[in-house]
Design a protein around this ligand. Structure first.
Ligand SMILES: Cc1cc2nc3c(=O)[nH]c(=O)nc-3n(C[C@H](O)[C@H](O)[C@H](O)COP(=O)(O)OP(=O)(O)OC[C@H]3O[C@@H](n4cnc5c(N)ncnc54)[C@H](O)[C@@H]3O)c2cc1C
Length: 452
């Protein structure tokens, strides 16, 4: 019914803003610079950013030690196979898999099968469980189409408004009607990973992403990690508490190093779990405080048999409160498994993250029953995510928050005292909140060290 979310976010609005959607970095590792033999680098965090940095530094001859707080590598790439098919706790799509996207290149080089999820294959239901009629679908499309031009023409670069406010000013229907609220949540709160009241209207749609329709990796996102782990000294269950740095060298919890790459999630930076000695420079502390970090909650429900139309890719439910299990991915489109994967967004996601799995299941089933009634059996298996409750993450991904600036994301690219280097999806604006952003940031940190 509607155009691809990322088409609007990436192409529609960005093109109105006069930006070209092009790749800016190659998919190949580049650590041109001096030989790092005899140098020790400690990498903190074994997500994609940390692993990419570590692998490139190892290739440059450095002795690399990776400290990871959790019991596994991959961070927000976490694939579960207990349902008989890969189910992603975290990253699921390659966003903008077109030219230049290094994740896409990686997947291609590994021969990983991909499946293009069709955003146009969508059925939306109102609160009474009735599917939208043709007129409502047409209205949805009109609202959606009007947004690109509307936000571009009514939002100045220094606009202090939230995206929610700007959209309400643009078209009250967007925030005052169940249909408008559903669209804002299922499309925009999903992509931005936050309540739109917290998102900066001026910065929400800035930046250059990669082009192309989103694809998932049916064999599992975690398969992409294998080449990054080879030969690395990774110390699991080792949460870092203190990073000291000076022009003469660095130290991580008692281990000396020439350089440190800090690749922990922004949520962990905000929590103060790691003490920096001396404290980070003020602009970086401001960036940590003023870049937003939201959450998205998923629940995968497996059933004996389908009670839903198996040839539809997505189902939308106009639930209350906003954000509550309002978007569902149908696994039958790309597997034989009777799985529906539900999402909660915005403020409701923070609430859902705090639910016990049984409570979350009950909550999500109520939404499904509002459409398919007693045909909805009890699931045979359930998988729930709780990203904001996990002390090693504290949320899902970064977003441009009201009061913050774009420059604050990119400020992380600058080395601190020539010894401490930041990486992670939150450290480069153009690709924040994505796996390719994480990968590019790790490679950037490795290049910066090699050139230091
Ligand atoms: C629900 C969800 C859905 C998503 N969907 C997509 C998607 O479809 N497509 C996409 O491109 N992106 C998606 N993302 C975003 C993507 O997963 C992330 O941007 C990316 O994986 C982040 O990688 P990273 O290396 O920056 O951080 P992480 O992967 O978070 O790695 C950081 C690591 O640091 C570790 N750590 C934390 N504290 C410490 C400490 N004190 N000491 C040592 N280690 C520590 C953590 O355990 C973690 O392993 C999604 C994320 C979530 C949560």
């Amino acid at each position: 019914m509607t155009r691809t979310r990322r088409q609007l976010l990436g192409l529609g609005i960005a093109s109105f803003l006069g930006s070209l959607v092009t790749g800016t970095a190659s998919g190949t590792a580049q650590t041109a610079g001096r030989d790092l033999s005899g140098r020790r680098v400690i990498v903190v965090g074994a997500g994609l950013a940390g692993l990419a940095a570590a692998q490139d530094l190892r290739a440059s001859g450095a002795e690399v030690v990776v400290f990871e707080a959790g019991s596994r590598v991959g961070g927000r790439i976490r694939t579960d196979r207990s349902m008989g098919v890969p189910v992603e706790h975290g990253a699921a799509w390659i966003h903008g898999p077109g030219g230049g996207n290094p994740i896409s290149e990686l997947a291609r080089s590994q021969g990983a099968p991909r499946f293009e999820t069709d955003d146009n294959s969508l059925q939306v239901f109102d609160a009474a469980g009735n599917e939208l009629g043709d007129a409502a679908y047409a209205r949805l499309e009109r609202m959606y189409d009007g947004l690109a031009y509307g936000i571009e023409t009514t939002t100045a670069a220094n606009d202090p408004r939230s995206l929610h406010r700007a959209m309400a000013d643009l078209d009250p229907d967007l925030v005052d009607t169940p249909l408008g609220r559903w669209m804002l949540s299922a499309y925009f709160e999903f992509d931005l990973g936050a309540d739109l009241r917290q998102v900066s209207a001026a910065n929400a749609f800035e930046g250059n992403g990669f082009a192309g329709n989103d694809v998932i990796l049916p064999a599992g996102y975690d398969r992409l990690l294998a080449p990054f782990m080879a030969g690395l000294d990774i110390r699991l269950n080792t949460p870092v508490r203190r990073i000291s740095y000076a022009p003469s060298g660095a130290n991580v919890d008692g281990m000396a190093a020439d350089f440190v790459v800090c690749a922990v999630p922004l949520g962990v930076m905000k929590s103060g779990a790691i003490t920096f000695d001396p404290p980070l420079p003020a602009p970086l502390r401001d960036a940590v405080a003023q870049i937003g970090f939201g959450t998205v909650t998923k629940i995968a429900l497996k059933f004996d048999k389908p009670f839903w139309p198996t040839d539809t890719q997505y189902f939308g439910m106009m639930t209350q409160p906003q954000g509550r299990w309002n978007y569902w991915l149908n696994y039958r489109r790309f597997s034989d498994h009777n799985i529906l994967l539900g999402f909660s967004f915005g403020s409701y996601a923070a609430q859902a993250d705090r639910m016990r799995p049984s409570e979350m299941t009950h909550d999500a089933l109520k939404v499904l029953r509002s459409v398919w009634g007693t045909a909805v059996a009890h699931p045979t298996q359930v998988l729930t995510t709780h990203w904001s409750q996990d002390p090693h993450f504290k949320g899902a991904y970064s977003f441009p928050q009201t009061g913050g600036t774009i420059a604050q994301f990119d400020r992380f690219a600058q080395p601190v005292a020539g010894r401490l280097f930041m990486a992670g999806e939150h450290t480069l604006f153009d690709h924040h909140g994505t796996t390719h952003g994480a990968l590019l940031s790790g490679r950037r940190a490795a290049r910066a060290i090699a050139q230091a």
